[in-house]
Every structure is written in structure tokens, then in C-alpha cells.
Design a protein around this ligand. Sequence first.
Ligand code: ATP
Ligand code: MG
Length: 572
Amino acid sequence: MRWRETYIPTLKEPPAEAEITSHKLMLRAGLMRKLTSGVYIYLPLGMKAIKKVESIVREEMNRAGGVELLLPVLHPAELWRESGRWDHYGVELMRVKDRHGRDFALGPTHEEVITDLLRGEVRSYRDLPIILYQIQTKFRDEMRPRFGVMRAREFLMKDAYSFHQDDNSLSQTYQKMFDAYSRIFTRCGLSFSPVEADSGAIGGDVTHEFMVLAENGESEVLTCSSCGYAATRERAEAKAPGLSDEKPVARELVHTPGLKTVEEVSGFLGVEPQRLVKTILYRTEEGFVAALIRGDREINEVKLKRFLRTEELQMASPEEILQLTGAPLGFSGPVGLEGVRILADYSLQDGGNFVVGANREDHHLINVNYGRDFRVDGFVDLILAQEGDICARCGKSFTSGRGIEVGQIFKLGTKYSSSMKAYFLDKEGEERPFVMGCYGIGITRTVAAVIEQHHDRDGIIWPLSVAPYQVLILPLNITHPQTRETAEELYKQLKDWEVLLDDREERAGTKFKDADLIGIPLRVTIGERSLKEGKVEIKLRGEPTPISVSIEEATQKVRSILEDWGGRGRPG
Ligand code: ATP
Ligand code: MG
């Protein structure tokens, strides 16, 4: 491709709204433009990088037994009502009406549509398992679209769905997808880590997120350097570093007028916040639950919901608290608390002589000890984990890092097949709901993540596997006849590779700057001075110094470098 025949509108400065490197570079290098908040136009160079990622994804999905299809963007609301997500998915679901006033959703994910397809057509266990996937535009009305295509409202996703007769078959496919994802992100040149995660609105029990390690990542990942366990902060099974045990002393009621928060009470009593116990009351479908956590830490409601096996969890209202404890909000405590299931975080197994609310207005109890003064119905992992906490698996401590979630895989089980009545006939001729899995990769987010990991101050440094072009031929002065002829000749000889020829009549400085900015892995520079010696220069984008080769050798040299890299996807 000749530069003048394509469209690569580079920019000297990034637009003010771009906050992180990949966003700035994708705009500056002419990969994309913003249409409106969270909605982007993919320009030719960006499109080529996207296609590269897509084809790696396709190859690996096919290799793992996936079959490609294409599902519609426009979904009738009835399907989403059937699964219960028309209400549950919330305001992130983009909704439209047709001319008759009928409701539709613009697909943010396709469990409903694919389940609807299979329930009518696949009837026998003999047709299972099956893995179907598509690469398609998704819509999510994100609360805060930002960082360009990292968190967009319209973006490209590869989504796959698998259908099985039992959990065992699902587990096998889950592992295949896990391996395929690992190959995909490795081939994209990414340094990544699969981490245990929460399933959120999608549902299911087992799920991994594939995190690209990057300081601008939106997710926090906790990793145990000792046993290798890695999980999102929400998911990480952890214990706060223990408090020293204390000899129980006599319990006392103290007057704490108007003091409700941890800071107020600990300041007033001169006790460290971790010696306080917060008692938080929740309403669930099966009655009230009190969750106890150390004063310096927060309850992770996702963990609590999972433990209680419920999606419905609400904080108790001030009226309910008054009724349950006999005291207003801010003075709840476990001592004498009846008619409520009490769950305490593991960290309360250590230490003693705690301060708790007295279930009496303007009063707290001090020197409260588990066993002697209050009971619990169970010690549970309820803590929102943080760096320095103790890994529940091995007892060593967690370090924290940031990651970009590029993909996620889920064991869904029968969540959708049950609610949508998608059944097959098993060996015994019994009707059973499909066991399902689903597997997503953010295609456009992956391109941004590659740039986040591969750049320098001058621009992008594409790994060969996802580079829009492999070679850039850069004639310094295109009006110089021998320069132009040499460039054209090389361009012809290298036609088996993807080559961009910078045929613009620009100053050499501008061309060099743009070359660094758009980051094509291999550059062949043709200048009058070296031509006099019968030479051209070859330079790798990631390396500081060019090598000088004779004109005759140039093509062969370029080929051999590219072939050496081939398949590894990472220059150098
Ligand atoms: P996030 O937690 O970042 O909002 P998610 O967990 O809701 O993402 P999934 O439903 O797992 O996303 O979607 C699969 C993949 O699609 C994600 O791993 C991510 O790479 C990509 N993705 C999700 N939301 C967006 C978005 N708003 N913009 C770009 N890519 C996205
Ligand atoms: Mg996800």
C-alpha cells in the first residue's frame, strides 16, 4: 500500500481528552477517531490491526473446536424478559423501539439469542457438545466511557457459547478455552495473567479473567508470590493480617453520645480502628443477616452474596435496624442480638477485647470477646481483600498490581437454559437443561492493551503478529529519481509481505516521526547518501541502531528477519 493511497491522518499532539498512552497513540497514529462519547471510527490502520487480532482469535477458536456464526445486534425484548435480564441488566442495556413501539435491545452479550437458537434445534445429547462463536459489535451504555476503545459504548467482541450434557463435558471445554485464550494473548505479544474472578451479571460459579498487566489497567489484581494464586480484588480469598491475642478483661458499657462512625468512636475511646467491630445488617429473601467485620476494613458484598447464594441483598433500613436492635443506625452490635443470622469475617477469630455497638442509642460496649459475650453462626471470608492481606491458600501475603481485562471465560451451568427452558434429551430419554459455558474477548480492547504494553515515547512498537503492516519503506526524498526507483523496486520485490511505502513529498524529519509513531516493526530507509555507496538501511522499530545493507541484499535480509520472527509475534 502506498501512503498517499491510504488514509493515515497522524497528529502531532494528542487531543486533550485522551488520558492514557494507548488512547493517545491510537488517535495520534491515525488508527481511530471519536464520533461521540464511547463510539469510535476505526480508520484503515486501526482496522488492519483489529483484523490481525481477529484472525489470531479465529485460528485459535477453530483449533479448539469452535464454529463461527453471526448473531443479530438487534434483540427482541421478549428474550431478555424471559431470562430476567431485561430488568436485571439495568441501564447498561441499550434499548430501542421500532415503529410499532415494540422494545428491542442492542446486544451487549448474546446468551439469550444463542440459547433461543439451540433450544428449538438441538434436541439430543448426541449433538453435544457444541461450541459456537462470533466476532461482532456489542453495545453497552457504560456509566463512564473512557480510555478510548478500552471502555467504549460500542466495541468489538468475540463471544463464544458452549452447550453440554453434563458438568464434566463443560469442564473439558472450559479448559480448552482457557488454553486457547492463553495462546491467543501470547500470540498477540501480551504479557498476561489468568486470574480467578467473580461472574457478576453474567452468572455462574467458576470464571477466570485474562488480565494484561499494565499500570493503566482499571482492575486491581492480587497475586500471591508464594503459591501463585491470583485473583481480582473482589474475588481474592484473603484474611487480614492477624491482631495479637489479648487476655479478655471485663466488658463495660460506655456512653458515646452521637458517635457513630469508626473514626468518631475510635478517636473518642482512644482505641485503634481494627479493635472495633462493625456490625452491618442486611435484608435477604430468607431474613436478616448481620455481617461483622473489623473496623478498619470493608465488607465485600459479592462474597456475602455468594456465601448466602442470593442475588438479593439490601442493607437494612434505619427502621428495620431500630426494630431488630432496639437502637438507631450506628449502634448495632452482636451482643444479645437475636433473630438475626450472624456471620463474622475470619479476621475476627484473632484478637479480643473489641469495641462493638451496644444495641442501645449513644452507647458502645468495650472489651467484648467472642464466645464469652456473643455467638456467631459462622466465620466466613467476607473481607474486601487488599495488598498485604494473607493468601487464604498458603498463608503468605498478597501483592497488588493493575490489569486490563481482555477476556473472560465462565462456567454458566444451567442458569440460562433453565430460565429459558432449553432442554435436550439425555441417553435415558429424559429432558434436561443444557449445561453451558461462555467465553468473551474484547477485540478492540486487546488492540489497545497491545499498545499499552508496546510503545516508547515516540510511538507504538507493534509486535509483528498484530502490526498493520510488517514493513515500511521510507524513501527520504521521493523526488530524487534513484531514491524513488529503488523504493519502487523493493516494494515490488516484497509484495508477499504487507508493505507500506511512504511516497509522500514530506520532509525527512516528518516521515521519521510518523514512522516511529505508527510503529511498523521493520523500516527500510532509502537516502541519497547511502545510495551513493549502493546501500540502504534496515531498522527494527524496537532497536536503536539501523543496519546498513547493499541494495541487492536488502530484500533477502528483510525476508530473513521477518521469517525469523514469524509466528513468534514479537519483534526481537
Ligand atoms: P468490564 O468489567 O471491563 O466492564 P465485563 O466483565 O463487563 O468488562 P465481559 O462481559 O466479560 O466484560 O465481556 C468480555 C470482554 O469484552 C471483556 O473481557 C473485555 O475485554 C471486553 N469489554 C467489555 N466491556 C467493554 C467495553 N465497554 N469496551 C471495550 N471492551 C469491553
Ligand atoms: Mg468480564
